[in-house]
Design a protein around this ligand. Structure first.
Ligand code: HMG
Ligand code: MG
Length: 294
């Protein structure tokens, strides 16, 4: 059989901290990322270069990127909704940028204030600029199963947007169960559809854990050949423009579950515990640490 390796893509410093009710001090963000850099992770989403009037929590993205200690072998990524965000990320030394689209019109409008078609038009020059600058380009497709505004989303819509992002040059597209409504059955349905035309190694799972299904959904995705999963230390996360979205699947439980069923992540559990502990004591409001399912 093929190697039993899974890549964990840590999104806590971005997806987690963008959703904190208060502004997390830059020094705490930097300290958290530095702790995560010591765990064996190879990919960390550190910030987003978005409008500070839309997401004030990420307004210090440049300072965060300037403050972290770069660990060799770690790729530091940032979300970039437009060319302006791309320029900010490039100047800040991001190794990777991510463009983020939606499979639903309602979420596209609420999150980035444009239609899906307009967003793809806006992302094309970002993709070209990333290619020219030699930066890794990742894509996201939100609402892979359900949209907080439009309800259930057809797999064909997810496929269409995923293919558009891949055609733009994304090495990988992360499929977002943005509000954590996927069940193993709906996950199975959408992945089977996507894999008719898309290779599993171009897809990552980005699952929020609103209803406690995220780990089960990871298992479904593994069975379909996906080998990269986004998670957030301590299970932080959500999106200010996705009402009801809870935390991303939590990194430590994900790594433990994977290990239990024979998948290697190469991560140092003790170091992950240190990062989670820091996050819990310095960043998270205590009630947010309660499992979203409970
Ligand atoms: P807009 O209001 O349509 O655009 O926002 P605009 O061009 O009129 O810009 C508004 C203001 O922001 C202007 O400033 C711009 O200069 C400024 P003002 O004139 O009001 O002072 N601006 C910027 N500033 C800094 N960096 C930039 C930038 N761009 C414009 N890059 C826009 C459109 C896309 C900018 C806005 O809607 C936005 O920033 N949205 C981002 C929302 C966001 O970050 N959501 C969370 C991330 S997505 C997510 O969490 C889902 C995901 O995890 C996957 C999943 O779970 O499914 C990825
Ligand atoms: Mg997310």
């Amino acid at each position: 059989t093929a190697s039993r390796k899974v890549t964990i893509y840590e999104v806590g410093p971005r997806d987690g901290l963008q959703n904190e009710p208060g502004f997390v001090p830059t020094a705490d963000k930097v300290a958290l990322i530095d702790l995560l850099s010591a765990t064996g992770l190879t990919r960390i989403e550190a910030a987003s270069f978005v409008s500070p009037s839309w997401v004030p929590q990420m307004a210090d993205a440049a300072a965060v990127m300037a403050g972290i200690r770069r660990a060799p072998g770690v790729r530091y990524a940032a979300l970039t909704p437009n060319l302006r965000g791309f320029e900010g990320a490039r100047e800040a030394g991001a190794d990777e940028v991510a463009i983020f689209a939606s499979a639903s019109e309602g979420f596209s409008r609420h999150n980035i204030n444009c239609t899906i078609a307009e967003s793809l038009e806006r992302f094309a020059p970002v993709a070209a600029a990333a290619r020219e600058a030699g930066l890794w380009l990742r894509g996201y497709v939100s609402c892979m199963v359900e949209c907080p505004y439009d309800g259930p989303i057809a797999p064909a819509e997810v496929a269409r947007v995923t293919e558009a992002l891949l055609a733009m040059g994304c090495y990988e597209v992360a499929l977002g169960d943005t509000i954590g409504r996927a069940t193993p059955e709906s996950m199975e349905r959408v992945l089977s559809h996507l894999l008719r035309t898309i290779d599993a190694d171009r897809l990552a799972g980005h699952f929020h854990d609103t209803t406690g299904n995220a780990l089960a959904n990871v298992e479904v995705a593994l069975a379909h050949g996906l080998r990269t999963f986004d998670s957030a230390i301590g299970g932080l996360g959500g999106c200010p423009y996705a009402p009801g979205a809870r935390g991303n699947v939590s990194t430590l439980p994900l790594v433990r579950m994977l290990a239990a069923v024979g998948w290697e992540t190469g991560l140092d559990m003790a170091k992950l515990e240190q990062a989670e502990d820091f996050m819990a004591r310095h960043i998270a409001a205590a009630p947010k640490l309660v499992s979203p399912a409970s």
